[in-house]
Design a protein. Structure first.
Length: 406
């Protein structure tokens, strides 16, 4: 089981002090980085799921009655929409017993924290890629960070503590799963406002600098939940379910760029090319910093032989401040396919620099060296790749091209 921090931070220029000491009881079986918005990037012409997620639709907490009203206003059937932080009767009894009213709000939040994380009867385990509801987390004892945040927030509100969702905009990590790369942004729970705001942060790799946080609406968090479920359906190979979840996400919050990117991927895998293009362009229109949309749109345009348009988006992406190494790896692959070896080298070297030595990025440079006829360099890159990772399709392909030698 992976370990993670639960921290409570006070708002400040750089939040370096935690009111929680990292004792063994406060290390949790990995309530890690949220998948509130996440990118799945195929290494060649695959899709990307994710992006930036901020903004505000309705700042107040949403009970079921208010949520129903807002959904009907959007023309949605409320029965189709899941309230991810909703509680069962068992959960309501549990939190009321665990967090009595006689304590202050901050003390009660700390008691809730301890009850959820230190209670051996709960034994919640981290399951990356599983965005369960609060009720599912409580029942099955497994959660990713967004799921656990829903649980914590829902229970805190049940006992009258006015907490809210926060998007942490300067925290992003990359995770590889086979030939996919997953990008995770971060979400936390907020309490109070201004300098006295406290941030309840669940994280695998704690960041001291949480200046870039933004309060987000409940409705946006609900849309993110549905978008995540769509992404998970895509990972599981269920395009029909992915379409349903993603279409619902954009209907709940039509201003959420990540949901449009996810929908674009689902539509593309469903061979809805025009719809996928529209979804990617909508994401870029909402937020020009949604770099995954540029990549996906360029890849889609290339498959449609619209090369000049594809190159325009690739150039925009290449000139962006994007820090995801696997985006540049994919740009290098596209350049290789088009025979632009100079561009490919530039992108691959950028990928190596950002990844701090990812095996696949070194192997890509090796493949480029083979294409350029520099077998000595290719063998050098293969040795570097094998030092970090013994196998992998790209590394094996490079080794095969070199006759198995290194």
């Amino acid at each position: 089981m992976k370990k993670a921090f639960f921290r409570v931070l006070r708002k400040g220029a750089v939040m370096q002090k935690s009111t929680i000491q990292n004792s063994p009881r406060q290390w949790v079986g990995a309530l890690g980085r949220s998948m509130i918005s996440w990118s799945i990037l195929a290494c060649l012409l695959g899709g990307t799921i994710a992006c930036t997620s901020t903004g505000s639709l309705d700042e107040g907490p949403l009970d079921r009655r208010r949520l129903v009203k807002l959904l009907k206003y959007r023309g949605l059937d409320p029965h189709r929409v899941i309230l991810p932080y909703g509680l069962t009767e068992e959960m309501r009894r549990w939190v009321k017993d665990e967090v009595p009213k006689k304590y202050s709000s901050e003390d009660r939040l700390n008691r809730l924290r301890d009850g959820l994380l230190a209670n051996r009867n709960l034994a919640i385990e981290y399951t990356w890629g599983y965005t369960g509801t609060a009720a599912e987390v409580f029942q099955y004892r497994r959660a990713n960070c967004l799921a656990f945040t829903n649980l914590f927030l829902g229970m805190a509100r049940e006992v009258g503590i006015p907490v809210y969702f926060l998007a942490v905009e300067n925290v992003e990590t990359y995770r590889k799963e086979g030939n996919l790369v997953v990008i995770s942004d971060h979400i936390a729970v907020g309490f109070g406002d201004g300098p006295s705001r406290k941030i309840y942060d669940f994280s695998e790799n704690p960041q001291d600098d949480l200046r870039f946080v933004r309060k987000i609406s409940d409705l946006r968090a609900i849309a993110m939940f549905h978008s995540n479920r769509g992404a998970e359906a895509l990972q599981a190979g269920s395009v029909k379910d992915a379409l349903a979840w993603s279409e619902l996400a954009v209907a709940i919050d039509e201003t959420l760029p990540s949901a449009w990117v996810n929908l674009g991927v689902a539509r593309r895998r469903a061979a809805q090319v025009s719809g996928a293009e529209q979804a990617y362009k909508k994401a870029i229109e909402l937020d020009p910093r949604v770099y995954s949309a540029y990549h996906n749109l360029a890849a889609l345009l290339r498959t449609e032989n619209r090369l000049s348009e594809a190159e325009a988006f690739e150039e925009a992406l290449a000139d962006s401040p994007n820090q995801n190494p696997y985006t540049y790896l994919s740009l290098g692959d596209l350049s290789m396919e088009a025979g632009r070896l100079g561009d490919a080298e530039r992108f691959y070297r950028r990928a190596v620099s950002l990844s701090e030595g990812d095996a696949e990025c070194y192997a890509a440079l090796g493949q480029l060296a083979v294409a350029s006829g520099d077998l000595r360099l290719a063998k050098k890159m293969l040795r570097k790749a094998q030092r970090f990772e013994g196998g992998g399709p790209r590394i094996l392909s490079l080794a095969s091209a070199l006759g198995g030698s290194s």
